[in-house]
Design a protein around this ligand. Structure first.
Ligand code: AMP
Ligand code: MG
Length: 412
C-alpha cells in the first residue's frame, strides 16, 4: 500500500499542495437537499436558487445629501422653500420655477425637481435659498434601479451568503429563501494518550486539544457538527467509529493516527472500508493526509499535531466543505503578496506554511515569522495573524523578497 513508503522528505511520490487540493475539490460534490429559511438565519448558508430583483433598487429617485431639491434649469436663481421631504415622509406637491423643497438624505425627490443643492452650498434666509453653485441635472440624486434594476440577477444559486449578500437580499424584501441544507460533519480524534478536559493527566498523557480547534473551525462554517469524541488506538474501535460516522454524516474527519507509526491505523482501515488516497503532501506542517470516500461520506484523516490539523483543515478541508455546502465558486484562502521583514529558513522540495505576523513599518506592510515553527507549537498559531507560504522550490526566503500570505482573519 502507498502508505507504507518511508519517510524521505523529498519523496518523489509526495503530492503537491495544488494537486491534492484539485483532487479533493473534484471529488467534493454539493449536497442535494435544500430547505427554505428566513433571511435572518441565512448567514453562512449557500443560496440554492437564483434570485432576481423583483423591483428597482432604489425603487424611486431619492436624495444622496441633505439640501434643497430644485429644477436645474433655473441655474443660480433665488428659490422659495415650499415644503419639505424627509425620509419616509415625501413632499406631495410639485416643484416649479423659483421653488425648492428642503430635502434630507434618502427622502423622495419631489415631482418637478431634478437636482439637489447640498445645504453647504446654499445661503438660506427665512424661506429664501440662494444657490452658491449651479446644480447639474441629476446632481446628488440616486436614480431608480441604480443598485439593481427590476428583473436582473441579484444573486446566483451557489452564492455563499455573507453579511453583504444578506443586506442585498434584505434590500429586495426577500424574507424566505431556498438554501442548501447544512453539511453534516462527524469527527473524532484518535490516540491512546488523549484525555478529556477536566481530567487529571497521567504520565505520557495530553489533553485532546485538536477536537476543540476542529469544532471551532467547523462551527464557523455553520456545519451540523457530530462530535464522536476520542477513540483509542485500537483498529476495531476506530473501524466502528468510521462505520457509524459514515452512516450519519456527509463528511468524516479524524485527527491523528495517519502517519506510518505502529499505532497508525487510519490509512489501513480506510483502504479496507472505503476508497482512500493516502498522501504524503509536499508541505510543512501537515505532511501525511488521508483523503477518500467512506460510503457516501467524504473522509479526511488529518495529522495529529495540532498546528498540522489546523493548517491542513484550512488548505484542504475548508475548500471541500464549502464546495459540498453548495458554494459554486471554489474557495481557497486568498493570497496576498507582502515583503518579508527577515530571512526565513526552509528546506527545498516542500511548501512551507509558516506562521507569521504582519508588521506596519515606516516603509509599508511587511511580514515576519513568529519564531518557533514546529507543528506542535499552538502558541505560534495563536500569535500568528497569517500563514506565510514559501514555494516548494525555494531553499530559503530572503528579507525584502515578496512572499504569498494567507490572512487568518477575514472581514467577510
Ligand atoms: P499522530 O498523528 O497520531 O502520530 O500524532 C502526532 C502528534 O500529535 C503526537 O504528538 C500526538 O500526541 C499529537 N496529537 C494527536 N492527536 C491529538 C489531539 N487530539 N490533541 C492534541 N494533540 C494530539
Ligand atoms: Mg497517534
Amino acid at each position: 500500500m502507498a502508505h507504507c513508503c518511508g519517510g524521505n522528505e523529498h519523496d518523489s511520490l509526495a503530492k503537491s499542495v495544488a494537486d491534492a487540493r484539485d483532487t479533493i475539490l473534484a471529488a467534493s460534490l454539493p449536497v442535494q437537499g435544500t430547505e427554505s429559511i428566513h433571511l435572518g438565519n441565512a448567514l453562512g448558508r449557500v443560496l440554492a436558487t437564483d434570485i432576481h430583483a423583483p423591483a428597482n433598487v432604489p425603487a424611486w429617485s431619492n436624495s444622496a445629501m441633505d439640501g434643497y431639491a430644485l429644477r436645474s434649469m433655473d441655474g443660480d436663481a433665488v428659490r422659495c422653500i415650499i415644503g419639505q421631504s424627509f425620509a419616509g415622509h415625501p413632499f406631495k406637491g410639485h416643484v416649479g420655477a423659483g421653488e425648492c423643497v428642503r430635502i434630507m438624505t434618502g427622502a423622495m425627490v419631489p415631482e418637478g425637481a431634478d437636482a439637489v443643492l447640498i445645504q453647504e452650498q446654499a445661503e438660506v434666509h427665512a424661506d429664501q435659498v440662494t444657490p452658491q453653485v449651479v446644480s447639474k441635472t441629476g446632481a446628488n440624486i440616486r436614480q431608480p434601479g441604480e443598485d439593481l434594476q427590476a428583473g436582473t440577477l441579484a444573486l446566483e444559486a451557489g452564492t455563499w451568503l455573507r453579511p453583504a449578500q444578506i443586506g442585498l437580499l434584505a434590500s429586495l424584501g426577500v424574507a424566505e429563501l431556498a438554501v442548501y441544507r447544512r453539511l453534516r460533519v462527524a469527527f473524532f480524534s484518535t490516540g491512546d494518550e488523549l484525555r478529556p478536559l477536566g481530567s487529571a493527566l497521567g504520565s505520557g498523557q495530553i489533553y485532546d486539544s485538536n477536537r476543540y480547534a476542529l469544532h471551532g473551525m467547523l462551527q464557523r462554517l455553520g456545519c451540523e457538527i457530530l462530535d464522536l469524541g476520542r477513540i483509542v488506538d485500537d483498529p476495531e474501535q476506530i473501524e466502528a467509529a468510521l462505520h457509524s460516522a459514515a452512516t450519519m454524516a456527509d463528511m468524516v474527519i479524524s485527527t491523528g493516527g495517519v502517519s506510518v507509526g505502529d499505532a497508525d491505523y487510519i490509512a489501513e482501515l480506510l483502504g479496507r472500508l472505503g476508497t482512500i488516497n493516502f498522501w504524503k503532501i509536499n508541505m510543512k506542517p501537515g505532511r501525511p493526509l488521508a483523503f477518500g470516500q467512506l460510503g457516501d461520506a467524504t473522509f479526511f484523516g488529518l495529522p495529529g499535531n495540532p498546528v498540522s490539523t489546523m493548517v491542513t483543515f484550512y488548505q484542504f478541508v475548508r475548500p471541500s466543505i464549502l464546495k459540498r455546502m453548495g458554494k459554486a465558486a471554489p474557495w481557497t484562502a486568498p493570497l496576498v503578496q507582502i515583503p518579508l521583514a527577515e530571512d526565513l529558513q526552509k528546506k527545498g522540495g516542500r511548501t512551507d506554511f509558516q506562521r507569521g505576523r504582519l508588521l506596519l513599518t515606516p516603509t509599508g506592510l511587511q511580514v515576519t515569522g513568529i519564531g518557533q515553527q514546529a507543528s506542535h507549537i499552538m502558541s505560534g498559531m495563536v500569535h500568528a495573524d497569517c500563514l506565510i507560504i514559501l514555494a516548494a522550490e525555494a531553499e530559503h526566503a530572503k528579507a525584502g523578497s515578496l512572499v504569498d500570505i494567507q490572512l487568518l482573519e477575514g472581514l467577510v
